[in-house]
Design a protein. Sequence first.
Length: 289
Amino acid sequence: MTRQAYRCTIAATSFCLALAAVGCGSAELEAENRRLQDELSALQSQHGDLESRFAALEQSNREMLERLRAAGADVENLEGVRAALERELDEARRREEQQRARLSAFRRMLEQFRDMIAAGQLRVRIVRGKMVVELPEGVLFDSGRAEIKDEGQETLRQVAQILAQIPNREFLIVGHTDNVPIRSRRYPSNWELSAARGVVVARFLAENGMNAERLGAAGYADTQPVASNDADEGRAQNRRIEIVLMPNLDELPDLSSLEQEVSSRAPAQEDAAGEQPEAEAGAAQGQEG
């Protein structure tokens, strides 16, 4: 029953009661008066119940609205979190794909070096996450000199052809010596000799297909041995040229999965001095353009 209908019923009942009070004293009117009085009491009670139920519904409605608003805020927050996670996942997938492509390129390069590794012309190592192509002095230079021998030139041409296939990569060519001092008019110390050899090899690689803008040269003298200088064999290992594949800042490839693969293809000789430090930490560094 609506509030308007209720008010009309109350008004009609009150009107009849007023008529009865005017002086209509018949038994029928008295009976009708009592019936209407009872009906009025019932309606008043029903009205009270309806008012209570209406108030409860309004309260429930307010609570429901608050829950919906809160739920809407939570949903908005969750959508933001989900979007952020999707962006992170896309970035992780992109990096994973880049790393997979890099590893594939390095494995192809390693396969191309197989014959040269077997012939003792070079070896490939992973040093602190960087791939290093190492060429012994005997292949490239005569003792105490920085002119590349004919045999060394042919080896470097093959190396340049392979390394030029790796795009967007910088290379650091590093000269190393043993600890035997050299004193000549051209090379007062092993620093000058190692640096000169690094520069000469860098220039030769640039002249044979590699991008000169991505080549650097350095000389470390005898500061980074890979073997003991106490024996001829160890000193021969220390006299070397290294071509270090430098990581790009936006990728920093993880080559740890290649370490076992590279080790299995390297000559069966152990480095007496342990793992070599990073090649780019030297003091004398030049850039050939």
